[in-house]
Design a protein around this ligand. Structure first.
Ligand code: 1GP
Length: 241
């Protein structure tokens, strides 16, 4: 069970994951990526995106051929479900007030998910404003929580945990100008008990250590693996230490 493994690993260390957007990779780049990811620094791979026109299933299958790391779906919509993945972050966009992203899509996906037997990890997903409109904000048609509204974010996270979410995800959005700020991460962590994932706008080893220090249990990076090969390698080296 992936979730049980995550909890077990978190007893001794922080975790690190990469996000693969199927549209940004071909077979060759997936092979290169798994060559790097197979090193101990990476704990699992997320696959998905706000708008994916390529095949999530093909990407998952290529990844599975090249790595033993768990592959978790990180779906932007119900078209992004693959039976070949190991599990799914069953995301409810709890920072927003769009019923389709809170429960509507989940109802549509539930019978299929039951049939294909993916491990389901219910995750309270919170989008935090970062100074620019991100794809998640536009596509989900929801407002992010303002970056200075820490009390509101904490209350949202607490409600997410009370509703039964097994993980909480603080998301600045892919390509965010800056990651979620440390005080917000710290307060959310201090007021909840489930694993806290932080992603969006993370590019450097310094940001990674600040975000872990603030209380994140799991860090996710996406753009840096596509845009900055050298940067990604040095980031991996810093996580491995
Ligand atoms: C995962 O959306 C992020 O939570 C990925 O963001 O592409 O900015 O790393 P980046």
């Amino acid at each position: 069970m992936i979730y049980t493994d995550i909890l077990a690993k978190l007893k001794t260390r922080k975790l690190f994951a990469i996000l693969v957007d199927p549209d940004k990779h071909d077979k060759a780049s997936l092979q290169r990526l798994t060559g790097l990811a197979n090193k101990p620094a990476v704990d699992f791979i997320l696959v998905g995106g706000s708008l994916v026109s390529g095949s999530v299933d093909e990407t998952v299958q290529t990844l599975k051929r090249n790595t033993d790391l768990p592959i978790l779906l990180f779906p932007g919509n119900i078209l992004q479900i693959s039976p070949h993945a190991d599990g799914i972050l069953f995301l409810s966009l709890i920072s927003g007030r769009n019923p389709e992203f809170l429960i509507g899509n989940h109802v549509i996906a539930a019978p299929l998910l039951k049939k294909i037997k993916l491990e389901i990890i219910p995750t309270g997903y919170m989008l935090i404003e970062n100074g620019r409109t991100t794809a998640v904000e536009y596509v989900s048609n929801t407002k992010p929580i303002p970056a200075d509204k820490i009390d509101l974010t904490v209350a949202t996270a607490m409600a997410g945990e009370m509703l039964g979410h097994k993980m909480l995800y603080l998301e600045a959005g892919s390509g965010a100008l800056a990651p979620v700020n440390s005080s917000m991460i710290r307060e959310v962590k201090n007021n909840t008990t489930v694993p806290l994932i932080v992603g969006g706008g993370i590019h450097t080893a310094k940001q990674v250590s600040q975000i872990y220090d603030a209380g994140a249990d799991i860090i996710v990076v996406g753009s840096v693996i596509e845009d900055d090969h050298e940067g990604f390698i040095s980031l991996l080296e810093s996580v491995r230490k």
